[in-house]
Design a protein around this ligand. Structure first.
Ligand code: UGA
Ligand code: MN
Length: 471
């Protein structure tokens, strides 16, 4: 990912097992309140006025009338109470603050929507609140609380499940119509776990060629279910036809990026799409097989699929052409992942690219609060945090992460072309009418009577008027 886009977090000391992000929900107690309020800010607005109100109510509780100095007594009682509360808060603060500065490599916090915020001075109060709640989290549910926090935001519904946007399926077919895959009949692969290959895509002039190139790779992969989620409000019927034509089991969803993110820079690209695919998996109750997030513009080695297919929890491997180092890779020693080489750390516990890991769905299904928040640059990190991964559980692939099996290739992104070509000539007299109709359907180019550069049509090195060749 282009690191220049993202605001890095402050570097922090590392502690691989630090589960500060796995904040649990009942951290209210630090403020003496029951109930759930996951944000420090909430806690303050709720807790403080209540304490003051309690102090105000004390005099009316029966002791005032007898005493001459009732008012001053009440006042000093209130002040004392307030002082005690302040002391308790102070002690709490100093008790936990060394952890906030000394532990973990997270260095971030979440906002009222449960969205990860880079750690900076302004975020400190929330951060502390997160730490206060930390001790109550069972180690095996590291992301529980983060999710409960998100219930306050638009990402989360009232039912507590993170992924609750409406799911729009445009077309789907679970049928594998391929007769032969590589050098064997399809039946030879029947026992293999299924790979759910999630591809976010969006309308632009490169979309169809990208998807075709990807499809022709995927056609060689047995037991693969292609989940294609298009970043567009409405279903694209051209895509329906294209996808069903390959004979690969697939589901095509319309998963538009929420409008409030559309203008943000950087935008959370592919997130609504992946969230839709996660919802699809959840709704289908799929708890077997392997999940892989495969963007539409990457380049995939066929060996990648054999490598990830047996993933037990989470497998990881190098991705070529990432950012400054042209690679993002786990560091492996004695067959174990011990660290990560990636030019953009930014406080991420899992500084990996989306294409650099695969997840077992049997494993993921143990984490009902799996999520991918709309936080550009942190999608991989927060997703992996949401499934409670520990570094010692990672399965390195690609010959212990020495081989590149996936490349982060990027295609130049240009606006759809407009060519001036009179509609009166775009009929059946030549190929150009049909061709430009098809180019328009694919979002590649369109012909216009009045806009764009005049289409040059030539013969023997000499261009002539459109009417010369087409009328
Ligand atoms: C890198 C990572 O490889 C992505 O997995 C990650 O989502 C992205 O950064 C990010 O964090 O923004 P990069 O090549 O920079 O990818 O981004 P794109 O390839 O432009 O987009 C990632 C995926 O989202 C693609 O499959 C693309 O088709 C899709 N996308 C992009 C949308 O669905 N909507 C958009 O507006 C843009
Ligand atoms: Mn890309």
């Amino acid at each position: 990912m282009p690191s220049a886009y993202y605001q890095p977090l402050e570097p922090q000391a590392s502690d691989d097992n630090d589960e500060r992000w796995a904040i649990e929900d009942d951290d209210e107690q630090s403020c003496g309140q029951g109930g759930r309020s996951s944000q420090y800010q909430h806690q303050h607005t709720r807790c403080y006025p209540q304490l003051l109100a309690t102090g105000d109510q004390l005099p009316s509780m029966g002791m005032a009338p007898r005493l001459r100095s009732a008012w001053s007594c009440r006042r000093s009682y209130s002040i004392m109470l307030l002082l005690i509360v302040i002391c308790v808060c102070f002690v709490g603060y100093f008790f936990v603050s060394p952890q906030s500065s000394g532990q973990g490599n997270d260095g971030g916090a979440e906002d009222a929507n449960g969205i990860y915020e880079p750690h900076n001075g302004k975020g400190k109060r929330r951060h502390i609140k997160l730490i206060l709640g930390m001790e109550k989290i069972p180690q095996d549910h590291p992301f529980k609380a983060t999710i409960s926090k998100r219930n306050h935001g638009r990402i989360h519904g009232t039912n507590g499940h993170a992924l609750d946007e409406p799911l729009h399926i445009c077309s789907e077919s679970p049928e594998d119509r391929r007769v032969y895959i590589q050098d064997k009949p399809r039946s030879a692969y029947a026992q293999l776990p299924v790979i759910y290959f999630v591809t976010p895509t969006y309308p632009r002039r490169e979309q169809i060629p990208e998807l075709k190139r990807l499809a022709y790779t995927l056609l060689h992969v047995p037991r693969l279910y292609w989940l294609v989620a298009n970043d567009q409000e409405r279903c694209d019927t051209f895509l329906d036809t294209l996808l069903s034509g390959f004979g690969i089991p697939y589901a095509h969803m319309a998963s538009p990026m929420p409008s409030e993110f559309r203008k943000s820079k950087p935008a959370p690209r592919g997130v609504a799409n992946r969230r839709a695919a996660l919802q699809w998996l959840h709704q289908q109750n799929i708890t077997n097989g392997v999940l892989y997030f495969g963007d539409d513009d990457n380049t995939y080695d066929l060996r990648l699929f054999s490598e990830i297919r047996q993933t037990q929890r989470v497998s990881m491997f190098p991705v070529g052409l990432i950012a400054e180092y042209a690679v993002s890779v786990p560091v492996v020693r004695d067959g174990k992942v011990v660290a990560f080489l990636d030019s953009w750390v930014a406080g991420r516990r899992w500084p990996v690219d989306m294409a650099g890991f695969a997840v077992s769905l049997a494993y993921m299904s143990q984490y009902p609060n799996v999520n991918m928040p709309y936080k550009p640059g942190y999608e991989e990190d927060l997703f992996l945090r949401s499934i409670g991964l520990r570094i010692d559980q990672i399965e390195p692939k690609g010959a212990n992460c020495t081989e590149i099996l996936v490349w982060h290739t990027q295609t130049k992104n240009k606006k759809s072309a407009v060519v001036r070509l009179e509609s009166e000539f775009l009929d059946g007299r030549s190929n150009l009418g049909a061709l430009f109709r098809s180019l328009k359907l694919m979002g590649v180019a369109s012909a216009s009577d009045s806009e764009g550069p005049v289409a040059t049509i030539s013969k023997n090195g000499k261009s002539k008027s459109h009417s010369f060749f087409l009328s």
